[in-house]
Design a binder for this molecule. Sequence first.
Ligand SMILES: Nc1ncnc2c1ncn2[C@@H]1O[C@H](COP(=O)(O)OP(=O)(O)OP(=O)(O)O)[C@@H](O)[C@H]1O
Ligand SMILES: [Mg+2]
Length: 190
Amino acid sequence: MIEHGDRVKNQSRKQHSLYNLLKHSLAEIDVDKKSYILDGMIRVDNNTSKDIVVYVDFTLTQEAFVNILNNAIQAILNKGNTSNDTTENVLSITAETTDDRRYATVYFEDTGIGMSEEQKNHALRGFFDTKGHKGVGVLISRVLLTAQDGDLDYRSKEWVGTKAIVTLPLAHEGDKPKIVATFPQSPKGE
Ligand SMILES: Nc1ncnc2c1ncn2[C@@H]1O[C@H](COP(=O)(O)OP(=O)(O)OP(=O)(O)O)[C@@H](O)[C@H]1O
Ligand SMILES: [Mg+2]
């Protein structure tokens, strides 16, 4: 957590494509979980528009996304597949922008085991203990996102699935672009 604190303090927010952030996050999920996607047992749909540009620290946001993605896939694996269950195992990622154009909302919707209201609240506070180990992924993700003017919340239904809802600030004109001018700047200020 101390290490996270330093990284939050030294964060560097720039304009980034949300689609690209998600693509890089999907590449970083746990190897054992990735194998279920490659085998086709779990389908992952990244339906986010390539036009959404957010103003965030790439690494901090990617870490939060990877945590959320790993949890979603784990929840699908924990549900297992009973013989009379014909529902597909899907993790669907969608995004929209708020009407006031200030935020992007990203939805990570899984068909996993789900959480009760109580489990959800415990997860958001950290140290939720299900399988003998204490998880802090949700708590850290929330801290990383709120530190960048974003947020993380969950809607969930036991045995049906979970929707992780991430809010991130949209980039605006005047925000630091991804590619900054190389220094030293010309004396004319060009
Ligand atoms: N998408 C989800 N569906 C169902 N349960 C979830 C989901 N995301 C989180 N949870 C629940 O919240 C708990 C806490 O998640 P968290 O990421 O904080 O810890 P963890 O995954 O158990 O361990 P780690 O610290 O390795 O991430 C999980 O153990 C799980 O029970
Ligand atoms: Mg986790």
